[in-house]
Design a protein around this ligand. Structure first.
Ligand code: ATP
Length: 246
């Protein structure tokens, strides 16, 4: 048994220069972890390696104890990955899309329909269940893609900037859904540049810069570390990453 949802050790990925540089990161099971960092810090590359979409140069990745590099298929069954610009099959309705994705994961049709209805209701897409996604707004497409990522009930949800571009009502629906999943026992890792979101939603925060973990902990721990007693996360973040802020 392991109480870690994700354990990354010595992870490296170099493109023309190092994007992820000997990164160690542990996310506990059942927590909502916000991964922060300036543009180009290596957040997306890290999560793409966990999701098996980018090959690591060296290092190890364990998802609930499963070696994600040696056995990516087993790890992927435990993971949902929602990129910042998710792909949808536009010609399908959200209901058809969710049933299709559920089928890929081997979820039986009855369970798939039930889960699809719950997700679409939660995200206020149920009235649009019979409309093709091609006519959806960007935010509606993002929510449909999120529902698709959750249909196989993954234990670890990784979301790249899931709230960017959403209006207040849609952002609230997505935040509520993520918090509901955490309450139900899932683990959530999200990247965001919206520091208020990280401050309000996350159990712990990791700040990466130049592919390395710069600081990690609860907001209070980060405040202590940066020497700012009553500071906001923005103060702490700006202090830690210094001039590298976009
Ligand atoms: N496929 C790729 N080919 C070449 N370089 C890449 C590739 N993917 C990422 N990089 C580079 O790796 C570094 C880390 O990028 P990454 O997208 O992981 O950062 P990020 O922290 O997610 O940034 P942002 O907040 O802007 O999304 C950047 O310098 C980026 O240009």
């Amino acid at each position: 048994m392991t109480d870690s949802a994700l354990e990354i050790r010595g992870l490296r990925k170099t493109f023309s220069r190092p994007a992820v540089d000997n990164l160690d990161l542990t996310v506990k099971a059942g927590e909502l972890y916000a991964l922060l960092g300036p543009n180009g810090a290596g957040k997306t590359t890290t999560l793409r390696m966990v999701a098996g979409l980018t090959k690591a140069d060296t290092g190890s990745i364990r998802v609930f104890g499963t070696d994600a590099i040696a056995d990516p298929v087993a790890a992927k069954r435990l993971i949902a990955w929602l990129p910042d610009e998710p792909m949808l099959y536009d010609k399908l309705t959200p209901m058809e899309y969710l049933e299709f994705v559920a089928g890929l994961w081997g979820v039986d049709a009855k369970t798939a329909r039930k889960r699809a209805q719950e997700l679409l209701e939660f995200l206020a897409l149920w009235p649009h269940r019979g409309e093709r996604c091609e006519g959806f707004s960007r935010g509606m497409k993002q929510k449909a893609a999120l529902a698709g990522a959750l249909i196989h009930e993954p234990k670890l949800l990784m979301l790249d900037e899931p709230l960017t571009g959403l209006d207040a009502a849609m952002a609230r629906q997505v935040k509520d859904l993520l918090q509901q999943r955490v309450k139900a026992g899932a683990t959530v890792i999200l990247t965001t540049h919206i520091l208020d979101v990280a401050e309000r939603m996350s159990d712990r925060i990791g700040i990466i810069q130049h592919g390395k973990l710069l600081a990690e902990g609860t907001l209070d721990e980060l405040r202590t570390r940066s020497g700012h007693g009553g500071a906001t996360l923005e103060d702490v973040f700006l202090d830690l990453v210094g001039a590298d802020v976009p």
